[in-house]
Design a protein around this ligand. Sequence first.
Ligand SMILES: *Cc1c(COP(=O)(O)O)cnc(C)c1O
Length: 394
Amino acid sequence: MAVTRSEALALDEADPLAERRGAFAPTTNKAIYADGNSLGPPLRAIGPRLARTLAEWSNDLVSGWDRWLDVPFEVGDRLGAACLGASAGQTVVCDSTSVNLLKAIGAAIEATPGRSELVVAAEEFPTDRYLLQSIAAQRGLELIVLDEATQLAAACTERTAVVVASAVNYRSGELLDIRSITESVHAAGAEIVWDLCHAAGAVPLQLDAWGVRLAVGCTYKYLNSGPGAPAFVYVARAHQGRFRQPLWGWFGQRDQFAMGPHYNPADGMRSWLVGTPNIIGIEIVDENVRFIADVGIEAIRAKSEALVAFAQSASEEMLTSLGWTIVTPPTPYRRGGHLAIARHDAEAVCAELIARELVLPDFRAPDVLRLGFSPLPTQFVDVYDAVVAISSLG
Ligand SMILES: *Cc1c(COP(=O)(O)O)cnc(C)c1O
């Protein structure tokens, strides 16, 4: 079946989410945006929302904290319900993914005493691997680095303390079977920290139902909350008493404003805060989470799957004959929201696409071009035109 531009236009015509594109701020960038998996585009509603926050700040001044103290938890609950399959009281929006990883890995190590190994796949995102290297060195633990994430479950033994894994691989786009890996790791008596950076907002998750205990993720990729937006951390309610995160700050203290001599962690997710949360950033996350809740994550996933499938067909038709290979798994339910293609000169191609203002994708060493389609603002015709532009470079 030939992939044509009129087919792309027909898919856009039939797209039930097409009108949602209008919710995004217009851009003056001429290139087709294919890096929504690194930084999602902004909603128009962010400007008015920030204006309201500014008014609140200038009117209420420090007494704004009467409300702001609860914002990380309220927005965490909404994010959990809209994107994570998490009931209230288990998600908080704060810090960066890297810092939340440090907290979650530390808590998981304390909860698995007598075990000496941390496990990660070589293909894992760098910050996850570097943090594990640092934690292993500081605590005298051994870091086991596996060739592939598919080996994670089988690699767990009675020595394994903590496994760290991304639900969707940042490079290949592969989506792991979160439920079955979680069950295997727990059956071995170990803990697993899930990194949901490339999954949250793109792939429906059921953390409560799947028995996940610890998860972290960012909000600037498919949650469109802007550069440096605060991240989130999820801790299953049944395990909140067991997991003590290692960064003891005053926002995690039980009686914060007593300013007492000793740290005594607050109940529930409050103990996962460290220092003053970035309220302005969290307000932006809230705007995006409300928007996703309104559209529905299942509908977003359906469009995202269709966009990636269309990108795959178009790439097979126009790019494989030019020497490109498709890195992303062919099965829709085993991949996230981007398509990775590879060729030895991908870096030069990426630079050329950007320089000529044709497409804005990204390159991942040594040879991968990532086409990340933010599902709501992207049209099928954008995908088609992006693949044509890549093929036009030969
Ligand atoms: C983007 C990403 C991060 C980023 O961490 P920050 O602390 O926000 O810089 C971490 N892990 C994965 C898997 C990512 O894709």
